[in-house]
Write a new protein. Structure first.
Lengths: 170, 128
């Protein structure tokens, strides 16, 4: 759990550096790692931010941006007590997706918030078949109707997954 | 002791949160039906206005994340969708009244993301 939190708190790291020296340092396996207090401070700063990048705002369009702004205000316990507050780690995973698939805005995906506090995108392809991707703190969970595929990918599988998703964006 | 099952002739409704329905683009999230022990309510016991009142009372726990309506489906149709889905699932709707909602029932089986979206496509939506 600590590893996931640590990694996600530095969501700006390009994901292909995961496992590199730089990545391991932040995962706490390197003697030159920043002090715990410095880490805590950065984690706190990160957790106080729930903003979207310009790229993400463009991808979502006005409606998606409005929904994101609304989701930011959902408190813990929304939806009859079950819903969790929007997860900063999920936002970081969503941003990671948008950076890799900047053309996602072409399909104007709908933005959702799950009870787990995760962002999720949903849209339909040219044949009106469903595509859904939920951004959990440590993986993307997906459903691609055209491929009858449902599952999840961790950080190592994201590049391959993106190659599958890109043709579904035209 | 097994719970009694709803008849396939009955219709049920599921509360829908604003977070799960992009009304402008009319896109719904699988979260409406995805998971285990999905709560539904039986229209054979309470009518839609009564159920919407219960949904708002029990689920609008903050000004954000409110209920925006309900999705209605026939139990037999729900079961047919489960049977004919690419990865079939034998769905049941089990009667489980709770305090404050005598119409409450549950679908105990796990509903996948894909199956949930197939169910959602056939829902009749009621705003309210």
């Amino acid at each position: 759990m600590q590893e996931i939190l640590t990694f996600e708190s530095f969501g700006a790291l390009p994901f292909n550096t995961f496992g590199s020296r730089r990545g391991r340092r932040f995962l706490g396996f390197d003697k030159s790692a920043p002090s715990q207090s410095a880490f805590d401070e950065r984690l706190q700063q990160k957790s106080n931010r729930l903003d979207l990048s310009e790229l993400a705002v463009r991808a979502l369009g006005d409606q998606g941006r409005r929904r994101f702004e609304s989701f930011r205000r959902y408190p813990d316990g929304w939806g009859g007590g079950k819903g969790k507050q929007l997860s900063t780690a999920s936002v970081a995973m969503f941003e990671r997706f948008v950076r890799r698939v900047p053309d996602i805005g072409k399909v104007r995906p709908s933005l959702f918030l799950t009870f787990q506090g995760n962002l999720q995108l949903g849209w339909k392809d040219k044949e009106q078949r469903d595509i859904e991707i939920e951004f959990t703190p440590n993986r993307w969970e997906y459903y691609l109707e055209s491929r009858d595929a449902e599952g999840s990918v961790t950080i190592e599988g994201m590049i391959s997954f993106i190659e599958i998703v890109k043709p579904l964006i035209d | 002791m097994p719970r009694p099952e709803c008849s396939p002739d009955e219709n049920i409704v599921r509360a829908i949160h604003a977070a799960d329905w992009d009304e402008v683009q009319d896109q719904k999230s699988s979260q409406i039906f995805k998971g285990h022990n999905i709560s539904v309510s039986r229209l054979a016991v309470l009518d839609l206005p009564e159920l919407l009142q219960i949904f708002h009372r029990d689920l609008d726990t903050s000004p954000n994340g409110v209920i925006v309506g309900a999705g209605e489906i026939n139990v037999g149709k729900l079961q047919e969708i489960g049977r004919t889905f690419q990865h079939p699932a034998a769905l049941t709707v089990e009667i489980e009244p709770v305090e404050g909602n005598p119409a409450h029932a549950e679908i105990p089986q796990k509903i996948s993301r894909g199956l949930a979206l197939a169910i959602i496509r056939t829902l009749t939506f009621h705003k309210g």
